[in-house]
Design a protein around this ligand. Structure first.
Ligand code: ADP
Length: 487
């Protein structure tokens, strides 16, 4: 029955309102009673003294029965709820004016009576009720006679029997009645307002929960589902909504990244299969021809050379794939250390000199050996530079220039590999670092795998650096990146 938050909150607020009502009722009841008693006592403060003054009720321990009857009669007319007692100096009840058979006490305590007569007290002051041994009531008292030797006390219980039941009290007290109506109305309004407030709050929570449920069910129309956030509020529900929206954004991003990765993986496998099958098929073809056909020596040499080229391409492709897989694996560690970039460049340039000479390409560097050592994984940086310089030579025509330049910038060194080759069209610049991407298959050579720049990018990423390309078609291309210098 109370399984929803709204119902639980409604029950709690009902119990709260009920408890507050009960506590306040008791407080109002008590204070009204006290107030009534105080007022009654203060109004009748001199009642007993006036009666004593009027009639001499005891003289030489003899009760003036006639005078007493007259006073009783007079009081009955004035206020029938008043009870009057004649008390001796020890507190014993000598005579009284009250319904017969109801008086239970034979004597009363004189302590409150003395306090009353000496006016040394705060009101209401309660004294023994002769009609009930368990309770006390407000009273008026005076010594008899007012002056001279003490003969006894006039003791008047004000207000008669106690108004015990709530109905009695409500019937007799306008203040209590109106206070209770006010309290009841106030609590009812508070309860209704609490219900409205809870319904608003739980309504927002309900919407949040519904959105989360729809999102987790992953239905297509819940994909872009977001909860409206009120920017003016900063309560917990609003924060929860914001967190949900952020979480949904992240999940969606991860979801689409995963989708993209899946797509890439499929393309990668297709590319790998295709790239591996092409040289293998051609290799098989040439070898079959060599085995089954009668060929002269020059034909044999040509076929063998072509078969060798295909096997070289195959090995290059496998080694690139292996390299990329290694760099991709999360266990890849960058063994960064200081090393001389100048020496490394010189070695690489020497390695590519023959290739460059074949195309009459001028391969040059302006590296100055005063430059401090750089900090990085030497094997990775070597592979990176080899790929960039090899590409520069590959995509530069006869008589071109490939220049490896440097600019020192603070604690970094900027490295620029510039060529005067065919360049890359603007629209392709964004994709050249993708795996198996080739700008134009027609210009790719037999050893081109489309993995060289993907390896370069991965190495740059692992070093926490960035690489930029500037290119003008038929004018040339520059690859620019920087490395930290050692102090
Ligand atoms: P590939 O093995 O085909 O060279 P890369 O990943 O190294 O693969 O390069 C991707 C593509 O970028 C190449 O196919 C080529 O078209 C283009 N490219 C790379 N470097 C250069 C360059 N220096 N000049 C012109 N085009 C280049």
């Amino acid at each position: 029955m109370f399984n929803t938050l709204y119902r639980k909150l409604a029950l709690i607020s009902f119990l709260l309102v009920f408890t507050i009502g009960a506590v306040f009722f008791q407080i109002i009841r008590y204070s009204t009673e006290m107030y009534q008693q105080e007022v009654a006592q203060k109004l009748n403060i001199d009642l007993a003294a006036n009666i004593v003054h009027e009639k001499n009720l005891i003289k030489n321990k003899v009760i003036n029965k006639k005078g007493l009857k007259h006073v009783f009669h007079m009081l009955m007319v004035i206020n029938p709820s008043i009870e009057m007692y004649l008390i001796d100096p020890q507190g014993k009840i000598l005579d009284y004016f009250a319904p017969k058979g109801k008086v239970k006490r034979k004597s009363i305590s004189l302590t409150p009576v003395h306090q009353y007569i000496e006016k040394n007290t705060s009101y209401p002051l309660l004294g023994d009720d002769p009609r009930d041994e368990a309770i006390s009531k407000v009273f008026s008292a005076a010594r008899i006679p007012a002056k001279g030797p003490l003969e006894g006390y006039m003791y008047i219980i004000l207000g008669g029997e106690k108004l015990d039941s709530i109905t009695d009290m409500l019937e007799n007290s306008y203040i209590l009645r109106s206070s209770l109506w006010g309290l009841g109305a106030g609590l009812l309004v508070a309860f209704i307002m609490a219900l409205i407030l809870f319904s608003m709050l739980t309504g927002r929570l309900g919407r949040l929960s519904k959105a989360m449920n729809e999102f987790s069910s992953n239905s297509d129309n819940a994909k872009h589902l977001r909860i409206q956030v009120d920017e003016n509020k900063d309560d917990e529900i609003n924060q929860l909504s914001k967190h949900f929206n952020n979480m949904a954004d992240t999940i969606e991003k991860q979801f689409s990244a995963q989708k993209k990765n899946d797509q890439l993986r499929r393309e990668l496998i297709a590319n790998i299969s295709h790239d591996l099958r092409t040289p293998i098929t051609s290799l098989q073809g040439y070898l079959e021809t060599l085995i089954y056909k009668e060929l002269d020596e020059s034909q044999k040499t040509r076929y063998l050379n072509t078969a060798y080229d295909q096997s070289h391409r195959l090995s290059q492709l496998v080694s690139d794939l292996f390299e990329l897989a290694k760099l991709d694996s999360c266990e890849t560690i960058v063994y960064a250390e200081p090393f001389s970039l100048g020496e490394l460049i010189q070695d690489i340039i020497q390695k590519f000199e023959i290739k460059a000479k074949k195309k009459n390409i001028h391969l040059k560097t302006d590296f100055c050996f005063d430059v401090p050592n750089v900090y990085g994984d030497i094997a990775m940086v070597q592979r990176l530079l080899e790929n960039l310089i090899e590409n520069a030579i590959r995509y530069t025509n006869q008589d071109g220039v490939v220049d490896v330049g440097f600019i020192q910038q603070g604690n970094k060194i900027q490295i620029k590999i510039q060529d005067t080759g065919c360049g890359i069209p603007k629209e392709n610049l964004g994709s050249i670092f993708d795996r198996f991407y080739r700008v134009d298959n027609s210009r790719s050579t037999s050893v081109s795998s489309g993995l060289g720049l993907a390896i370069v990018k991965r190495i740059i990423d692992l070093h926490g650096s960035t690489i930029n390309v500037e290119s003008i078609v038929n004018k040339g291309t520059s690859f620019i990146f920087d490395m930290p210098l050692c102090d």
